[in-house]
Design a protein around this ligand. Structure first.
Ligand code: SIN
Length: 270
C-alpha cells in the first residue's frame, strides 16, 4: 500500500507497523487521518515514536476515532475517567494487562480501539505483544471453523482487588459475544475469545467448553500471529480490539513503567 502523507514500516508480515511523518501533538488533517486509519486497518496495530502528547492532545487524537470509552474500574488521572492510568512500579502487586486479552471484552459493546502513550519506561523490558485474531481464525482447520461458527461465549470482568483502594467507575460488566466476529470495517472474520475475560461457551457442557477454550487460548499463542513492541518514552500504540489481543510483559520489577491509555467505544460484536 502506498501512502502520500505518512510513512509506514511493517514490524512483521502479519501484524504491526511503525508510522512516521506524523505529529500527534498537532491537529490532523482529514487526509492524514484517513491514511492513518487505512494503515491501521491494514496492520491492526500502529506505533508512533517521539510523540510528547499532552493529555488534551491524546484525548483529541482518540476522539478522531469516536466517542471515548470509560474503563469500569481502573484508576485515572487529572480527574478524567477517559484518561486511564497505566502504572507499574516497585510497590505493584500486579501488572495491568499481563495476560492475553482484548480490552474490556466483557462490555456489551467492547471498545474498538485503545491508544496507549507511555511517559516513563524501564531501562529495558516492559514490551507489549499483540496477536492477530484474523490470522488465528484463518489458520484453524475447516472442521473447527465450522464448529465455532454458531457458538457464542460468556465474557465476565471481575476487577475486585485489581486496583487497590480505587473505587470502580461502574459495576463489573458481563456479556455474551459470538466466538467468531466479523470486523465492521474490513468484513474479515476474527476469533473473539480471550483468556482474560472469556469464561465459557454457551450451550456446551462444562468440560466441552473448557476443552475448546483451552485449544483456542493455546492457538492464539502461536508467535507467527504476533508482533512485539519495545517502548521508549513518548512512544504511542494504537490497536484494534476487534481483531487483536495483547499482553503486557512485566519483566522489569522493581522499575517503573507509566503512561496513559485513551480508549474508544465500539459496537456490539456480530
Ligand atoms: C493494556 O492496556 O492492556 C496495557 C498494555 C500495556 O501496558 O502495554
Amino acid at each position: 500500500m502506498n501512502y502520500r502523507f505518512i510513512q509506514v514500516q511493517s514490524l512483521t508480515p502479519l501484524i504491526g507497523a511503525e508510522v512516521s511523518g506524523v505529529d500527534l501533538c498537532a491537529p490532523l488533517s482529514d487526509a492524514v487521518f484517513a491514511e492513518i486509519h487505512q494503515a491501521w486497518m491494514d496492520h491492526l496495530v500502529l506505533f508512533f515514536r517521539d510523540q510528547p502528547m499532552s493529555s488534551a492532545q491524546h484525548l483529541a487524537f482518540g476522539q478522531r476515532f469516536g466517542e471515548l470509552h470509560i474503563h469500569p474500574a481502573a484508576p485515572y488521572v487529572q480527574d478524567n475517567p477517559a484518561l486511564m492510568q497505566i502504572h507499574t512500579d516497585k510497590d505493584s502487586f500486579r501488572n495491568n494487562g499481563e495476560g492475553w486479552h482484548s480490552d474490556v471484552s466483557a462490555d456489551a459493546e467492547p471498545p474498538m480501539a485503545s491508544i496507549l502513550h507511555l511517559h516513563q519506561t524501564p531501562s529495558h523490558g516492559g514490551d507489549t505483544l499483540w496477536a492477530n485474531m484474523y490470522e488465528a481464525y484463518a489458520t484453524l482447520s475447516t472442521p473447527i471453523q465450522k464448529l465455532l461458527a454458531d457458538l457464542s461465549a460468556v465474557h465476565v470482568a471481575d476487577y475486585s482487588g485489581f486496583y487497590g483502594a480505587h473505587a470502580p467507575q461502574r459495576e463489573n460488566p458481563s456479556a455474551v459475544h459470538p466466538v467468531v466476529r466479523t470486523h465492521p470495517v474490513t468484513g474479515r472474520k476474527a476469533l473473539f475469545v480471550n483468556s482474560g475475560f472469556t469464561q465459557r461457551i454457551k450451550g456446551l457442557q462444562r468440560d466441552e467448553s473448557d476443552g475448546i477454550l483451552a485449544l483456542l487460548f493455546a492457538h492464539i499463542k502461536n508467535p507467527n500471529f504476533h508482533c512485539r513492541f519495545q517502548w521508549r518514552p513518548d512512544s504511542v500504540a494504537l490497536w484494534d480490539n476487534r481483531c487483536t489481543q495483547h499482553m503486557a510483559v512485566w519483566d522489569y520489577f522493581p522499575q517503573t513503567r507509566h503512561g496513559i491509555r485513551v480508549t474508544i467505544k465500539g459496537d456490539r460484536p456480530v
